[in-house]
Each structure stands twice: as C-alpha cells, then as structure tokens.
Design a protein around this ligand. Structure first.
Ligand code: 9UX
Length: 72
C-alpha cells in the first residue's frame, strides 16, 4: 500500500529549483510518483512506506539545498 506525502518546500524561486527537488525525490527508492509545485511551494509524492521512511524524504529536500517542513 502506498502512502501520500504533501508538504511545503521553502527556497524554490524558479522552475529549475522545483525541477531539482522533483528529480532528487524521484530518485529515492520506493517513490512511485512525485510532483513539485513552484507556485504553491509544495511537494507531493506517493511512496512505499516499506522502502522509504518519511524522514528520508525531508532530508533529501534539505540536502538538495531547500527547506522542508513536516506536515500531516
Ligand atoms: Mo533558479 Mo533555484 O535560477 O536554487 S535554480 S533560483
């Protein structure tokens, strides 16, 4: 069963920013689908919780150079 995550991403100011975040998230194991919305400053994805822990999602965003806030 896949889980949904949807959370704010700070620091994205152009389309290349959102592309970087989407690419980094899309490379994680267990990620089925990703979209990053520059206008709303949010990332949403579907992932397999057996393969990916939520903290890894957030750390991937921060390691890419942007900010991620956990939000249910
Ligand atoms: Mo655009 Mo984002 O020139 O880190 S790539 S601002």
């Amino acid at each position: 069963t896949l889980c949904d995550a949807d959370f704010p991403v700070t620091g994205m100011t152009c389309a290349a920013c959102s592309g970087r975040v989407a690419r980094a998230l899309g490379k994680l194991p267990g990620v089925a689908d990703v979209s990053v919305n520059l206008a709303t400053h949010r990332a949403s994805l579907r992932y397999d919780p057996a393969r990916l822990v939520p903290s890894k999602i957030l750390s991937t965003v921060t390691e890419a150079g942007y900010g991620a806030e956990p939000e249910s």
